[in-house]
Structure formats: C-alpha cells, structure tokens
Design a protein around this ligand. Structure first.
Ligand code: F6R
Length: 260
C-alpha cells in the first residue's frame, strides 16, 4: 500500500494520471467509479483532459460501486444520476457503458448477482476509484461487513446517513436506509485501487486503513491484503498517520518513471 500525502489539487491530478494511463494502455479499459465528494475533483480534471487534450473514454466501460435502494429514477441523488452529471455528461463514454447495481429492481438479490456477472463479463475492473467513510466504510460496506462479501443489500449506519444528509438538503429522513453495494471481496478483485480522502473527519479511518489491524470493524483495512493500493490523502486526512513522515520521504524520493 502506497500512501501519498499532498494538497488536494495534486491528489486529483495523480488519480487522473492513473485513470489516463489505463485509458491509453488498455484496449477495453474498465474503470470503477465512486460517487460522493472525494472523487469530484478527479472527474473535473478528467473532463478537462477530455476537452483540452482529447483524452477519450470511448472504448471504456465504467462500473459504479453502489446505489441507494428505492430512490426514484429521476432523483438527483440516485448515484446513477450523480455519475451522469459529474462524469458521463462531460466525457465521451459510449451510451450504455456505465453500469450500476439496480436499486429499483423488483428482485434485488437477482440484480446483485447480475451486477457481479457483468463485472466479470467486462474482464474485471482495471482501476477502482474509492472514497472512504468516516467509519471506515468503502463503497457501502459498513463496519461488520464480511471481508469476503459480494454485491448485496446493506443497511446504512446512522453515521453514514448523517454524513450523507448534506446531499439531501440536510434532511436525514430523506436519506435511504438501504443500498446495494459491491462487496469487499468484489472490490478486492480490481487490479489497482486508488483511494482518495481529504479532511480531518477522515483521519481516523485513514489511520486504520493504512496502519490498523485488519478487521471488519474498519472495513477499508481489507485493502492491506490487496497487492496494488494507492492511498491519496491531504494533510488533514493524514493527521493521525503514525508513519506520515516516512510516507512523505518515500514519495519525495520516488523515481518519476514509477507512476502510481
Ligand atoms: C460512494 C461510496 C462511499 C463514499 C464514502 C465517502 O460511491 O461508495 O463509500 O466514497 O462515503 O464519501 P465522501 O467522498 O462524500 O466523503
């Protein structure tokens, strides 16, 4: 696991570099995309590269991490609609290239199984962008999630619903209680994981992620078992890291050719 501590704008550029490398090197690139605020600057940077440098997403497919259950098809906070606004509308992804678990399906378990199969059919995820919850969740794998879990229905914790109420005009009651989410086992199959975290509210979760014991109580810690994880954090999110100085020195001395 590589930890890079840098200002937010640089983190976004680094994540966009990693996405760009996949788009340019793979014949049929498969991106894993997150919603929430953490990846927004990355999407802005990718849109800029598309607009100004011709970076093309035309051969790519994208798989979302999760979706609320039961939000109306036209609800602005439905993750399918969020990713449409934040990424799809700004680049040249082909129609039908973005996939997400169907939170409006009549048969939710079948929708979860179909989603797992679709990821496999696409050849698996080359690069997965992730955020992290203040309670250590990734996707919507809340504390207590099986470290081997697959795409399934989960109940959101009160903490996560409170954190996300900001997207629902502060109305906690409007935040759905259930979601469909890729499991930790699903995420672990992505070939490269790039996790972004900024702000002090993420500091404890980031400390556990990189330096804590692997435990279902801090679901992101499962990534310690992944062979290729890049953790991109700003000073505030890095403020609880015991080895922060070591990460800074390591990154400062890293050869430019090495990439993420
Ligand atoms: C979003 C997702 C969540 C968020 C996490 C952090 O698709 O899966 O795990 O990444 O809740 O959210 P932000 O980035 O809004 O702090």
């Amino acid at each position: 696991m590589e930890v890079v501590i840098a200002p937010p704008a640089e983190l976004a550029r680094l994540a966009a570099d990693a996405v760009e490398a996949v788009l340019r090197s793979r014949a049929a690139p498969v991106l894993g995309v997150a919603t929430g605020s953490s990846p927004l600057a990355v999407y802005v940077e990718l849109a800029r590269r598309h607009r100004e440098q011709g970076l093309s997403f035309a051969r790519a497919q994208a798989f979302m991490l999760d979706e609320y259950v039961g939000l109306a098809a036209d609800h602005p906070e439905r993750y399918r609609n969020v990713i449409e606004v934040e990424l799809v509308s700004r680049v040249d992804l082909a129609p039908g290239a973005v996939h997400g678990p169907d939170g409006l399906a009549d048969d939710l378990p079948a929708a979860c199984a179909a989603y797992e199969a679709a990821i496999v059919d696409a050849g698996g995820v080359d690069l997965q962008l992730l955020g992290i919850g203040s309670d250590g969740h990734i996707a919507f794998n809340e504390p207590g999630s099986s470290l081997a879990s697959r795409t399934r229905i989960k109940t959101l914790t009160r903490q996560t619903r409170e954190d996300n109420a900001r997207f629902f005009d502060g109305d906690l009651a409007a935040v759905p209680e259930h979601c469909l989410t890729q499991g930790l086992g699903t995420i672990m199959e992505a070939r490269h994981v790039v996790l972004l975290a900024t702000g002090r509210a993420k500091a404890e979760a980031v400390h556990h992620l990189a330096e804590g014991a692997v435990s279902a109580m801090w679901p992101a810690t499962v990534l310690q078992h992944h062979p290729h994880v890049t953790v991109l954090v700003d000073d505030a999110a890095a403020s609880r890291l015991q080895l922060a100085e070591h990460y800074r020195q390591t990154y400062a001395g890293k050869p430019a050719w090495q990439g993420l």
